[in-house]
Design a protein around this ligand. Sequence first.
Ligand code: ZN
Length: 501
Amino acid sequence: MDTWLRSRMHELNDLNSVINLASWDREVYLPSKAASARAQQLATVQALHHERLVDPRLGEALARAAEGGPDFEALTPDERAMVRVLTRERDRAVRLPARLVTALAEAQGEGLQAWREARTTKRFERFQPALEALLALRREQADAQGHDGERYDALLEGFEPGMRVKRLTPVLTALRGSLIPMVAALGEQKRAFPAFLSGRAYDTGKQWQFTMRLLKAVGFDLEAGRQDVSIHPFTNSVHAQDVRLTTRLDAAWPPAALFGTLHEAGHGLYEQGFSPEHHRTPLASVPSMGLHESQSRLWENLVGRGRAFWVHHFPALKEAFPEALADVELDGFHAGINHVVPSLIRVEADEVTYNLHIALRYELELAMLRDELPVSELPSAWNERMRRYLGMTPPDDTQGVLQDIHWAWGELGYFPTYSLGNLYAASLYAAANRALPSLEADLARGDTAPLLGWLRANLHAQGFRLPAEERVRAITGEGLTDRDFLAYLRAKYGALYGIKL
Ligand code: ZN
């Protein structure tokens, strides 16, 4: 590859690393007086990155290297993939007029402000005009970036390259149809809420130590990353050898730390697993948010809420919290961390009900963007679906339509990536079980290396060579499907609840 093009790829990657590092620091350590200085620093580096990306000289170099261009034949398959990935990113940036970027940033600021006030007063009406303005701008953005008549596709493309509404809707609708009766059947069992998660005290220092143990146990490299504490756990990767995770410590609710850490570790393991020859290039990236989420959900749920994993780790957990867990044994613990109950709040939902929260949001944001649902009717449409899908009615808008921050800054197209993550996670885990017949026995011995090795080879080290669904198909033999996820839920919860699902 042209050395100029290669060095421009490195430069763009390094600028992104600096942006990520400064953003991570802002969320974790920034002194309060530094907030506006940091905002300026970030704006400067982001502008520099944008300038370098839309630079016509880069466009010319990419065109020469693209299929049909004079330099194409000389490129390796990986270099061709780098050119494809960067061309796509550049095209999306070029098509977005500077005026629209500024208008969106302003509307997002107003949206966040209005959303916060609406939450405080528990009244959606305060947020409605801001959301209408954001929707108008998102329609403009979609038209600028291009679509085949479905504006949502253009926004979805920003998070889930290659995915389309006509592919996604049937899958999420069928999934919803299978989950509603499953949730109802589990609800009829009337299981009591686990006592060990009701108001017992778990020392937060001990929780922290245990999360560090979990990070080591799953193979997260603490010499190529670190963990800190934040209110909302997140992962921010500066580089494959510098991956920052956060977790949350709550003295009354240890699942926040245990599963928060496992979730973020899943994201972090993916980022640490990029192939060294891809570092500082567009291939050292995850093909989609859904695929990224597949790794967090795989470690949090498929592994971390599985019985085998706790066969190994529960004795140490009990040793760390001898009083709170005095009357709890492995099976009771396993049942407790997999308690299914419909809830109002998405981020608190268990893995059976979770995707119903997503179906609701996806359907509503798609309808709003299509102008099929007036924003004024959003709260009633929300509440009506909550009743139909989960049998619950939010007592106010703060616990209903105003609960998530996504719409506050007009982020549409992101929610479905959570469900894609759950579905891809189950399909990948089923494939791992086929490839590694001793997987559950390995986990029960505390050995996660075979699973991580398999994920590394098949997924992590592949970077962005293929779009998400094609990558999953290459691994599992099938693309997006709800079959593996539903089979997993039926087997696991059928056994835990002693019923046929
Ligand atoms: Zn995640």
